[in-house]
Design a binder for this molecule. Sequence first.
Ligand code: FES
Ligand code: FE2
Length: 418
Amino acid sequence: MLTIEQNERFTQVGAGTPMGELFRRYWYPIAAASQLKDLSTKKVRLLGEDLILYKDRSGTLGLIEPHCAHRRMNLIYGIPEEHGLRCPYHGWLYDETGQCTEQPYEETEDPDARFKDKIKMKAYPVEQQAGLIFAYLGPAPVPLLPAWDVMVEKDVIRDIGYALLTCNYLQVMENSLDPIHVEWLHQYWAGYVIEKLGRPDLNRERAIHEKIQFDRTEFGIVKRRVIKGGSEEDDDWKIGHPIVFPNMLRQGSAGSGGAFQIRVPVDDVTTAHWWLRWYPKKDGDLDQSPEDVPFYKVPVPEIDEDGRVPWDVLDNNSGQDIVAWITQGPIADREKESLGRSDKGVILYRQLLEEGMETVADGGDPLNVFRDPAENLYIHLPTENNVRAFAKGPKRQRGGASTKYSPIMIAREGVVKY
Ligand code: FES
Ligand SMILES: [Fe+2]
């Protein structure tokens, strides 16, 4: 249980809040590169700030305030130039540092006009990796974009999934520290969903957790479990499943090399959820340019007036998780929660967040801020690849959004029957 004040401390991500300051020490995906293939601007909201992402004609990316400093037209309609983005209203031009570099009428009346030198809009650094565009909203010096294995693995192909969730990031992250929900939400309830959908042939037996444990690691937390019928010799226990601080879940998975689920705080009540997966190349797979990495959207169901969502979005892990997250409300009332032994991972994650906020308040770098290029070449995250809970027994429902909706998975395995 948290007090109302503690819950606010953990969930508010705006500038100047303790969590907002911690989160401003990290890079976040804000778009797939393919989303800027045919359009030159994109609306972005991140950590409570509204911004415009643009790509100019030379290919330079910029991330600047949305409203022109002149008379405030929104730059979503900005025109890409060779260098910078031009406001359509009176033609002021901005570069990727936010500097105004042209004010056509001012310069017509007075060729020596230097008014533009005084106009600098807010702008943030952006970088591209693994087909994603990342932004950093924090203070200088800007840290390195981390070279996590999922992001930098070579000679692979990738795809990118996205959902915009109507809840705070903490509900989503706490779910990743909670192995017990798998046997209930993804097995027992999933069995009921399957019954409601008239597909009774799948295994509905729970893979019962006999033991769970959470350990701090260099990169965050590893969660371990022993499933009934298994032992501490299983990868589920020996290797476990990494949670990368502060906002990512690393997954190993059948049919692919590895994946990240990245949870990005858009504001206090909205979270962008990204699925990034890599696949070993097969014969005929070409190298992907960043714009070629396929992008797919994962449906986020509307909750109807009876408080329900359609059954058919619930036939996969991600659909089930999404409903568990968003039905807690925009921000869960943690002053009314009742944590038990199953929640020790949630408690440890909150401790890490608290320590991170304190480190930042003391002027230090929190976990997973990288500044030394020599330590940021390829960061391997050991991950169990064979989750016994899903491998055992007759056929079970298959995976989540990155199985059901991923174009590469569908191309390779056909539409998966749930
Ligand atoms: S409002 Fe942008 S140039 Fe005038
Ligand atoms: Fe889940």
